[in-house]
Write a protein that binds this ligand. Structure first.
Ligand SMILES: Cc1cc2nc3c(=O)[nH]c(=O)nc-3n(C[C@H](O)[C@H](O)[C@H](O)COP(=O)(O)O)c2cc1C
Length: 194
């Protein structure tokens, strides 16, 4: 497990590179960038179980996510039971991970529920990376009419009015995928106007 915590702020180093920020030193910036760069979608997992303390920290990262008007329209279901995992109808490689986290959003909790839920879910992904864990966003389930979505709701007893936002396996990676290509900054960044 990496020594540094996702939540650790090292203000003692000072504002060496970031003179506009009075609160954060350059190491804070570096830590988050390291995690962002290290993350990959993992589609092969070790059977090794994950300590509950780490799972709780990963969920804590989601709990602390920002949300429109602080409505926090999210729920997270942690599935470890083998039979339940099988019933969810996920790809076999996903169901083999020791833990499945299902992100659920409540459309009655404000207009930003999809964005809010997505931010919280990405917090899970990044916090997991910090602990050396792999994840893979599986988002095709967002379609409310989807058969998989309905099945997951039925198997997990999710209230009818709620929606499955995404599912991720959580486990120690059994593969090291190369980074996928990204568009360049020149292609996506526009200064002053598009
Ligand atoms: C909203 C969303 C939905 C995704 N859905 C799936 C999915 O259903 N199945 C899957 O294997 N990967 C899925 N992915 C993972 C992407 O394929 C992956 O993020 C992308 O190819 C870039 O690779 P990387 O995550 O390793 O950088 C999804 C990612 C996001 C953000």
């Amino acid at each position: 497990m990496p020594a540094k915590s996702f939540f650790l702020f090292t203000t003692d180093i000072g504002n060496i590179i970031s003179p506009t920020s009075s609160a954060l030193g350059w190491r804070d910036y570096l830590d988050v960038m390291e995690i962002i760069k290290k993350r990959r979608s993992i589609r092969k997992y070790k059977q090794e179980s994950i300590p509950n303390g780490i799972i709780n920290q990963v969920l804590e990262a989601a709990r602390l996510a920002p949300s429109g008007s602080n409505r926090q329209p999210w729920h997270f279901i942690v599935v470890k039971d083998l039979e339940t995992k099988k019933k969810l109808g996920l790809h076999p490689w996903a169901a083999e991970a020791p833990v499945i986290i299902v992100g659920v959003i409540d459309p009655t909790e404000g207009r930003w529920y999809i964005i809010d839920g997505s931010i919280a879910f990405e917090h899970i992904v990044l916090a997991a990376t910090n602990f050396g864990l792999g994840t893979c966003w599986m988002g095709r389930l967002l379609k409310n009419s989807g058969e998989t979505d309905e099945r997951i709701k039925r198997v997990l007893g999710i209230p009818k009015h709620m929606r499955v936002l995404a599912v991720t396996p959580l486990g120690f990676p059994a593969e090291e995928p190369k980074p996928k290509e990204r568009k360049t900054l020149q292609e996506i960044v526009h200064y002053e106007r598009f």
